[in-house]
Design a protein around this ligand. Structure first.
Ligand code: MG
Length: 382
């Protein structure tokens, strides 16, 4: 734990709204909401945010009605990220805005949708990247204001959206060159990636257990660190229903990962002499990270999820079907642009056709995609 002097030093690593570079189009201040709070509200009121409800996280809705979707996942990330930010003395409003925006750019069908769009775009020497797409959404596609395009979010929120899950160098993503390439993101953005990982590892484990994809013994054999968290539950509540004991374990797991992340990050900060957000930006590596023991637990969970869940025959089959359908849709719309809504074609006439088709598909929810796919494959020219 940091002492008083360290806590004061850590407080200088927070990025307060007063240090923001501001918005692309200047706006008058709001009487009682600061700019990061306004960014959060703009994200929550966006169409792209509402669409998260009908986008697959890992399990398609056909499997169960109470599994996570991308919207509930986003809320879990936001809750975990705010807890971590508050504990580390970072800016909670900034963190919350970033957490709520972190998955806005995901196309339908999770990672298989993203991979297929990227594969299709590669044929044109282009690419699809969900972080870049999220910025296109908030800068262009969300049209709520008469005075400017997009949501006019602060520079820091846009930068955090670009950088939360990876760092990039100058020229690596030419469309992101205004977002301080080659520098680390502020700590608030760095922690989003880890909060995301904690949220989906624990949630995927919970949903997969519910779907009967593994037995508890399978998990304990593969992850001794997880069993160490379950053991006290067994001895404290031997008569509790298995489902309740499982949820007691999941709770402890989230808590252990969050605590390990806070402790690990404090240790990383203690080992440096960073005195400002600028120092964080210039530091050669990210500073938000697990303790070694928590990193090992997290790694064992990831391996287990890959082996038993993500590469299971049922999810593989689902993924292969999604990729084929997204690929078909891309090629079909490219060959038949008249199938795109007219208003959409007129709005984006300056874009190359492959980009227009990619943006259109990326914006779809799983449900909208399925309806469009049924209609187009039933059409006589298909
Ligand atoms: Mg996520």
């Amino acid at each position: 734990m940091p002492g008083v002097a360290e806590s004061e030093r850590f407080a200088r690593l927070r990025l307060p709204v007063s240090a923001s570079r501001g918005r692309r189009y200047p706006e008058l201040p709001h009487p009682y909401r600061n700019d990061f709070q306004r960014d959060r509200d703009r994200i929550v009121h966006s169409r792209a945010f509402r669409r998260l409800e009908n986008k697959t996280q890992v399990f398609p809705p056909s499997v169960s009605d109470h599994f996570r979707n991308r919207l509930t996942h986003t809320l879990e990330v936001s809750q975990i990220a705010r807890t971590i930010a508050a504990s580390l003395g970072l800016d909670e409003d900034f963190t919350e805005a970033l957490a709520l925006a972190h998955d806005l750019g995901h196309p339908p069908f999770g990672h298989s949708g993203e991979e297929e769009l990227n594969r299709q775009m590669a044929a044109f020497g282009d690419r699809f990247d969900h972080n870049v797409h999220a910025l296109r959404i908030v800068e262009r596609f969300e049209s709520h204001y008469a005075a400017f395009p997009g949501l006019n979010l602060t520079f820091e929120v846009r930068e955090g959206m670009a950088k939360h899950s990876r760092d990039f160098g100058p020229g690596e993503f030419p469309e992101l060159d205004e977002y301080r390439p080659g520098e680390r993101a502020p700590l608030e953005a760095q922690l989003i990636d880890m909060a995301d990982e904690i949220a989906y590892n624990t949630a995927d484990l919970d949903d997969a257990s519910d779907a009967g994809m593994f037995t508890l013994d399978d998990l304990w054999d593969a992850c001794p660190g997880a069993y160490a968290l379950y053991e006290p539950v067994e001895s404290m509540y031997p008569g509790a229903p298995e489902r309740v004991r499982w949820l007691e374990f999941v709770r402890r797991l989230v808590d252990a990962l969050v605590t390990g992340l806070i402790t690990g990050t404090q240790a990383n900060l203690l080992s440096t002499q960073l005195l400002s957000v600028e120092d964080v930006r210039q530091h050669p590596v990210r500073l938000v990270g697990f303790t070694p023991a928590t990193a090992e637990l997290n790694q064992s969970l990831k391996h287990f999820l890959h082996a038993r869940v993500y590469s299971s025959p049922s999810l593989e089959a689902e993924r292969a079907k999604s990729e084929t359908q997204v690929g078909w849709m891309f090629e079909h719309l490219l060959a038949h642009p008249e199938a795109l809504p007219e208003a959409y074609r007129l709005d984006y006439a300056s874009e190359p056709a492959h980009r227009m088709v990619c943006d259109y598909i990326a914006g779809m929810t799983d449900g909208f995609f399925q309806r469009a796919y049924q209609e187009l494959t039933a059409a006589p020219h298909a």
